[in-house]
Design a protein around this ligand. Structure first.
Ligand SMILES: Cc1cc2nc3c(=O)[nH]c(=O)nc-3n(C[C@H](O)[C@H](O)[C@H](O)COP(=O)(O)O)c2cc1C
Length: 420
């Protein structure tokens, strides 16, 4: 099973050479959305567990300054540091928050109240519309932030980045001692409309941290204005979103499990997480490799769980034979360093790593499968960082050549490298 958009956005040796990508720095969109007109603001000052929970969803953890500009790094990695994902949430009966819809204003480390509930709520966009006492976190993407640089392929990165954001929610909720469930099945078009998004921002996923009550919510009366600048449209991406909106034959997975990290160290890990830029080609221990794999392969709790395969090219793990593995099974023996680097669009990260992973799927529900790859990618980042091992996502790879190497017909969704 492949998806037309995916087929049309493959990288190959020829495509990279035949269509070089020139960037127009004058049109780079801001990575920070700010609702200026709304004045009911809560500063995330670290004084409550809930403030900390929200901050960890995507808050700023570092700043890079260059002569011509500066940009922020966050708890989330992001392809090209373009951060196409926006975070909103509904709070109902939550201490310190009026019942309402909020936007996470990352630039100002605060949340802004956009709308106060009045007997209504976003639960009306869900099949099970029982009122949720707690939080419903909503994830949208402003795709031009990514397509500005990555053109048609940008939608893939929006989905991966959103998966990372869901992974950050999973990690943050562990420290907040609340279970979270990912929900892809809600009326996204209804909410896109209510939030006044136009065609250039749209919802991809949501997460629920709360308890369903008996009361049902039938309506949602909010109507916001579109405050996004008018960006250059990308019809292929808008079509891909529409074509993958309808989910079919979804399987829910609600197998509860918990991370078993030392909580204080894990909190530091979230704040310290960075993408590694260069490896030394040294080995990592078998115990570390197995611990990272175990976390990556734990179930992802969602209402539309898709099969995602995790292929491992082992380059340098003490006591583990070099080669290609899937589900712990040895598929091919050999030293594939050079090949792994080549497949990652000739990036040295792929060849100098201890392990280079590729995530693939044959699933029908493209949006949920892609975001699941991002969630697994986020777990690989956090588990590695926790063990003082470097990690980097790899969104740029040769699609068909990777398929041939893995001997798989699946779509290649993501690459991830780990090492020291
Ligand atoms: C989906 C995704 C794809 C990425 N692809 C690449 C890549 O191909 N090559 C690379 O060097 N870094 C890649 N990165 C890492 C980003 O460049 C990095 O996350 C970003 O610059 C922010 O820095 P930080 O992760 O250190 O906070 C990717 C990250 C993500 C989330």
């Amino acid at each position: 099973m492949s998806f037309e958009y995916h087929e049309g956005t493959k990288h190959s040796y020829e495509s990279i050479r035949n269509s070089p990508n020139y960037l127009d720095w004058n049109t780079q969109p801001s990575a920070l959305k700010i609702y200026n007109k709304f004045e009911d603001i809560i500063k995330l000052d670290g004084k409550s567990d809930l403030h900390n929970f929200i901050y960890r969803l995507g808050g700023i953890t570092d700043k890079k300054t260059y002569p011509s500009n500066e940009y922020y790094l966050r708890t989330l990695p992001s392809a090209g540091a373009l951060f196409p994902v926006e975070i909103y949430f509904q709070a109902r009966e939550v201490e310190g928050f009026k019942d309402g819809i909020y936007h996470f204003d990352v630039a100002n480390s605060s949340v802004k109240l956009l709308y106060e509930l009045d007997g209504d709520g976003i639960e009306s966009a869900y099949e099970d519309n029982r009122a949720i006492k707690g939080l419903i976190v909503l994830y949208s993407t402003i795709y031009y932030r990514s397509s500005w640089k990555y053109k048609h392929r940008g939608f893939r990165y929006c989905l991966l980045d959103c998966g990372h954001a869901l992974g950050a929610m999973e990690a943050s909720s562990y420290l907040y001692d609340h279970a979270c469930v990912i929900r892809y099945r809600f009326d996204k078009m209804q909410l896109n409309e209510a939030f006044g998004f136009g065609e250039q921002e749209f919802f991809l996923a949501s997460g629920i941290l709360g308890i369903p009550k008996k009361e049902r919510i039938e309506t949602f009366n909010m109507q916001l204005e579109d405050i996004n600048p008018k960006y250059e449209r990308n019809e292929m991406i808008e079509k891909a979103y529409q074509d993958s909106l309808e989910l079919s034959s979804c399987k829910s997975k609600y197998t509860f499990w918990e991370f078993s990290f030392h909580k204080e160290i894990f909190e530091e890990t979230i704040f310290k997480r960075r993408s590694i830029r260069e490896f030394t080609t040294s080995t990592i221990t078998k115990a570390s490799y197995e611990a990272i794999l175990e976390i990556a392969l734990k179930p992802v709790m969602s209402d539309c769980d898709e099969e995602v395969q995790l292929y491992c090219i082992v380059n340098a793990v003490e006591g583990v034979k070099r080669g290609l593995y899937l589900d712990g099974k040895y598929l091919k023996e050999g030293d594939f360093r050079k090949q792994a680097g080549y497949l990652c669009l000739e990036q040295a990260l792929g060849s100098q790593s201890a392990v280079t992973f590729f995530l693939t799927t044959g699933a029908k529900n493209y949006q949920s499968a892609y975001q699941k790859a991002g969630i697994i990618g986020h777990r690989l980042y956090l588990a590695s960082e926790y063990l003082k091992i470097g990690c980097s996502g790899i969104g740029a790879y040769y699609d068909d050549e990777t398929k041939a190497f893995l001997q798989s017909d699946d779509m290649i969704l993501y690459g991830v490298t780990i090492g020291t």
